[in-house]
Design a protein around this ligand. Structure first.
Ligand SMILES: [Zn+2]
Length: 408
């Protein structure tokens, strides 16, 4: 089993080791400071140097059966042979970030536990942010604010974070709540002085000050409770910077202060709603007038009154409204089309007529290669372009056996 150097020294970034096995891209060593993905913390990257050539370590995993640390290297590097000595170098920037996020998680979980007895049931570290899942039904803004303040106080107090080894029984006696299933006789405990004591195999900072601050982000309801997103150290600075830039941009659009953006957005949405209502009312009035004119000039034939018209500049909403107004008049069949943003067709008839507009529309859109449908008295569908829409209107009129009469 690989000797894990990070177990006792999280800040060790270079080490020498002997190659044990090489299988394709997978390399195992007798000892390693590389952290393999486990316990919510993601793997390290870095390099293995053999002679004067380096090979990139792009991923590190744990072999669950043997307990070995498996280094996945990029192909095309120097040949690594079992027995040879290599120098391992860890990407320290990436590792420090992981230690800060992970240590921040210990402090944050303990803060929720101390303040509200919210138990942390899982931890996930992502590329941009991390999350913990709290076993509770709801986390309020007040909970978040209090936990965030307590966590940041603990960080500012720069408390030592120490590694201790203890048997499961000793750990229980020390008050460690979550004792992992015993695989080893000694547990590795992470002790945030007088604040948190937990069994953990990850890498941590030396003292809480190195966490460098913690910022809570969104919450989300999940199966096992509530998921709380957080970021520590430079991730929180970057997140705050991005948020500020986004808000500043939005504030500039509204020519206002960033704190007034929500109010301005609400005001604009209200104004849009009022304008849309007004537009809808006007369109209704236009459709009413249009319907009256069309009905006056439409010819009656075989007990039907056919109104057929294509509106190149109108939208579907308008021709639907028009069709409803037209077919309020007995015996009327309305075959309408529009160009607008999306060429469309509406077939409608007054109640009690014997045609089937839904079937007629299905046949039409099948020929056009578009989609549509409806019921006996009202159907709508799409058209590929204006010319095909107009042609389809004429085709539909002849299908139902009515002579085409263009409206005014
Ligand atoms: Zn940990």
């Amino acid at each position: 089993m690989t000797e894990r150097l990070y177990y006792t020294d999280s800040f060790l970034s270079e080490f020498e080791a002997r190659v044990i096995t090489v299988s394709g891209e997978a390399v195992t060593l007798d000892r390693s400071a590389f952290y393999p993905t486990s316990g919510g913390q993601v793997f390290d990257t870095g390099w293995l140097q053999a002679d004067s050539a380096r090979v990139r370590v792009r991923e590190v995993a744990e072999d669950e059966q043997t307990g070995d640390v498996v280094h996945i290297v990029e192909v095309g590097g120097p040949a690594l042979r079992p027995g040879s000595v290599v120098r391992g170098m860890i990407d320290t920037e990436r590792r420090l970030d992981h230690m800060q996020q992970h240590s921040g998680q210990h402090v944050l979980s303990a803060a929720f536990e101390r303040l509200y007895s919210f138990d942390t049931v899982s931890f996930h570290m992502g590329e941009e942010s991390c999350t913990i899942d709290l076993a509770t039904d709801a986390v309020t803004a007040k909970h978040l604010e209090a936990a965030e303040i307590l966590a940041n106080q603990i960080i500012a107090e720069d408390r030592p974070v120490e590694i201790r080894f203890a048997t499961p029984d000793e750990a229980r006696a020390m008050g460690v709540r979550r004792i992992p299933p015993a695989e080893r006789d000694k547990l590795r405990l992470i002790d945030v002085r007088d604040f948190d004591l937990n069994a953990c195999g990850g890498t941590h900072v030396h003292s809480t000050g190195q966490i460098g601050g913690l910022l809570l982000r969104k919450t989300e309801k999940v199966k096992q409770g509530v998921r709380v997103e957080f970021v520590c150290a430079l991730r929180s600075v970057r997140a705050a910077r991005r948020d500020f830039e986004t808000l500043t941009e939005a504030a500039a659009v509204f020519s206002t202060h960033i704190r007034d953006v929500p109010q301005q957005v609400r005001k604009s949405l209200d104004e849009i709603k009022v304008a849309q209502k007004g537009q809808h009312r006007l369109l209704g009035e236009i459709a009413e007038l249009q319907a009256q004119r069309m009905l006056q000039s439409a010819e009656e034939r075989d007990g039907h009154r056919l109104v057929l018209k294509f509106f190149p500049d109108r939208d579907l909403d308008f021709i639907k409204m028009l069709a409803q107004k037209l077919t309020r008049s007995a015996k009327t069949v309305a075959l309408l089309g529009c160009g607008g943003t999306q060429p469309s067709l509406v077939f409608a008839q007054a109640a009690g007529l014997s045609n089937d507009m839904g079937t007629l529309m299905k046949q039409t859109v099948q020929q056009l290669g578009t989609r549509g449908g409806g019921n006996r008295d009202m159907a709508q569908g799409g058209a590929p372009d204006n010319a095909r829409a107009e042609e389809a209107l004429r085709g539909a009129a002849s299908t139902i056996g009515l002579t085409m009469e263009a409206g005014p």
